[in-house]
Design a protein around this ligand. Structure first.
Ligand code: SAH
Ligand code: SF4
Ligand code: F3S
Length: 468
């Protein structure tokens, strides 16, 4: 026992994540924070000494899912306790931030409630929870920045990794809780971002997605004392050897400036893909939403992006049935969708969020009408997505191989447009970008064959053209 005496006891941690990619990133960082305490990943909550639910508050249903999950966990916790083991139960994320008191009232078996800005203090909270009789609640938004207090990554990243560069939002769209749950806009210093990116690449990441609630509003302090926007940051990141692909999400049309559009023209590793939420195609609704731009502004941005990078594909977010949205307003959204042609999209029925301006607005759209509009919108978006996927068939596209496929000899990869691609290839190629001829588009993926790549040439079939 001499060598391991100082090492913390081995414990198991299970994290369940809802919501946006920022929450996915936060979950990995919470695991990093807890690793020095001896926590390693558990396969299932039943086997875990600690369970963290990392929650999302964006729509009503998301919060309700939390309470049903907490009900199930109460039983598991009881069973573990009667078997002589314990379970520390923590609720993190945006519901914790918005409804901390409500959580401890409705689910007093929760030990820790922590907001998105406090997870670097988890070890201390775990210690306090062990001593305390009741729940430990940490939901203030401290001035100190959590990023300064986070350890370096403990777990190796995948081939594709996330990196948060910006957090919070000052835009206060009428419908949205994010400015309240994530706080004011904050950009990490450029040097911290570059250092984290280098570490990710050294540990095996080949594609990095920069994250922020308003990622293109990034304005980070630079080493030279100036401020870098996202375009400059991307240019510097693109210089990191071994980093094959860059993406960023989520952007706001208002911050889609000339420099960023030029970055799409000039940086080959910046993927031809942009998620740019527009929410509505009606100027009246866009104004009511406080989005700060008109439909024509969005169309102009799309035009400039396509001129800069002709193979760029766009995805977007839409809300159907915002308060005050008439049939004509909704028709304007359908018209914008038809005009742009999106490769993928997320669309939601407006969900009233307590405390946001739209929640108290008159002219709420009846539920049945919201449903009908959402279905009509989703049918159109689905059609466009299928058409986009089908349009890849026959093309030769670069695919970043990310891991083994479901069948023997198969590997999975990702197209530049986020589509999963499966093909027969040597698993030793995982981590490389290879050229793949797309043969077929399936509802949620593409399939293809390798057409080149030195290591791959031995499995080229006779009818394939020789690698250039
Ligand atoms: N920062 C991003 C969006 C973050 S929230 C932006 O500015 O676009 C992700 C998406 O959830 C939003 O784009 C919006 O489409 C949707 N959403 C946010 N609040 C919502 C609400 N109250 N009801 C329905 N959808 C909502
Ligand atoms: Fe929410 Fe609007 Fe901020 Fe996006 S820009 S996070 S939709 S308030
Ligand atoms: Fe949800 Fe919070 Fe992200 S509300 S969408 S987890 S910022």
């Amino acid at each position: 026992m001499t060598a391991s005496a100082a090492a913390p006891a081995r414990k198991r941690l299970f994290i369940r994540t809802w919501g946006c990619q920022m929450n996915v990133y936060d979950s990995t960082r919470m695991a990093d924070v807890l690793a020095p305490l001896g926590y390693a990943p558990a396969e299932a909550p039943e086997a875990a000494d600690m369970v963290i639910l990392n929650t999302c508050h964006i729509r009503e249903k998301a919060a309700e899912k939390l309470f049903s999950e907490l009900g199930r966990l109460r039983e598991m916790k009881r069973e573990r306790e009667s078997a002589g083991a314990g379970m520390v139960l923590a609720v993190a994320g945006c519901v914790a931030q918005a409804e901390g008191a409500e959580i401890t009232r409705r689910a007093p078996w929760v030990d820790i409630v922590l907001g998105p800005q406090t997870y670097h203090r988890l070890p201390e909270m775990v210690a306090r929870a062990a001593r305390a009789g009741g729940a430990v609640i940490e939901t203030e938004m401290p001035v100190e920045q959590k990023f300064d207090h986070l350890p370096e990554q403990a777990a190796p990243p995948g081939i594709t990794a996330f990196l948060t560069v910006q957090e919070g939002c000052d835009k206060f769209c009428s419908f949205c809780v994010v400015p309240y749950t994530r706080g004011a806009e904050y950009s990490r210093p450029a040097s911290a971002v570059l250092a984290e990116a280098r570490r990710l690449v050294a540990a095996g990441a080949r594609e990095i997605t920069l994250l922020g609630q308003n990622v293109n509003a990034y304005h980070g302090e630079a080493a030279d004392g100036g401020t870098w926007g996202l375009a400059r940051l991307l240019r510097e990141l693109a210089e990191i050897p071994g980093l094959l692909r860059l993406r960023y999400t989520t952007s706001h049309p208002r911050d889609m400036d000339e420099a960023l559009i030029a970055a799409h023209r000039d940086i080959p590793t910046l993927l031809p893909w942009l998620h740019l939420p527009v929410q509505s195609g009606s100027d009246r609704v866009l104004a009511a939403m406080n989005r700060g731009h008109k439909a024509a502004d969005f169309l102009r941005i799309v035009e400039r992006l396509r001129a800069a990078r002709p193979d760029i594909a766009l995805s977007s977010d839409f809300i159907a049935g915002h308060p005050g949205e008439s049939r004509e307003d909704f028709a304007a959204t359908l018209a914008l969708v038809r005009e742009v042609g999106f490769a993928a999209s997320y669309s939601f029925k407006y969900s009233s969020r307590p405390g946001t301006p739209a929640a108290g607005a008159p002219q709420q759209v009846p539920e049945a009408e919201k449903d009908a509009r959402l279905q009509e919108l989703q049918a159109l978006l689905r059609e466009q997505q299928d058409a986009f996927n089908r349009s890849r068939a026959g093309m030769v596209v670069p695919v970043l191989l990310t891991g083994p496929g479901r069948h023997p000899g198969q590997v999975m990869g990702r197209s530049p447009w986020l589509q999963p691609v499966h093909l027969q290839a040597d698993a030793a190629l995982v981590g490389q970008e290879v050229q793949v001829r797309i043969l077929a588009a399936h509802p949620n993926s593409l399939s293809g064959v390798l057409v080149s790549g030195e290591a791959a040439s031995h499995i080229l079939s006779a009818e394939e053209p020789a690698p250039a």
